[in-house]
Design a protein around this ligand. Sequence first.
Ligand SMILES: [Ca+2]
Length: 140
Amino acid sequence: MTKHRMRLAVAGVLTTAALTATLGLSGTANAATAGSSVNGSVRPMSSYAMGVDYVDAGYSGSSNTATTGDANFCRDGQSWYWNSMPGGWNDVVSSLRVYGNCWTTIYEDINEGGAQATFTSDSSYVGNAMNDRTSSQRWF
Ligand SMILES: [Ca+2]
């Protein structure tokens, strides 16, 4: 019984450390103020990555991460979109990653127009038809 309790205690320490790292808290931050834990519960992070776009194939070159503040992103029929790409990102995407069960569709034109391609997992190359053509994008 004593051994079992000790294991639980160690596991609790590791979990707290991992969560602290995830939340990016410094060692001197006040945990409650920073939102890490209250009575053992953990508050959601302020943003969640839905996916990353890359300028070059093979997940290389400049990257652009799409985030949402909704912890239930890409579930229950919810979706998020860019009707036009962020500054500097029009017609440059060559590879992409998707996170948190997200799928993503990239579109040739703004407002989800023109040719499109949907990816259900990471793609090291978006394909000749869509390479350097993405002008809007949705995650769902
Ligand atoms: Ca385009």
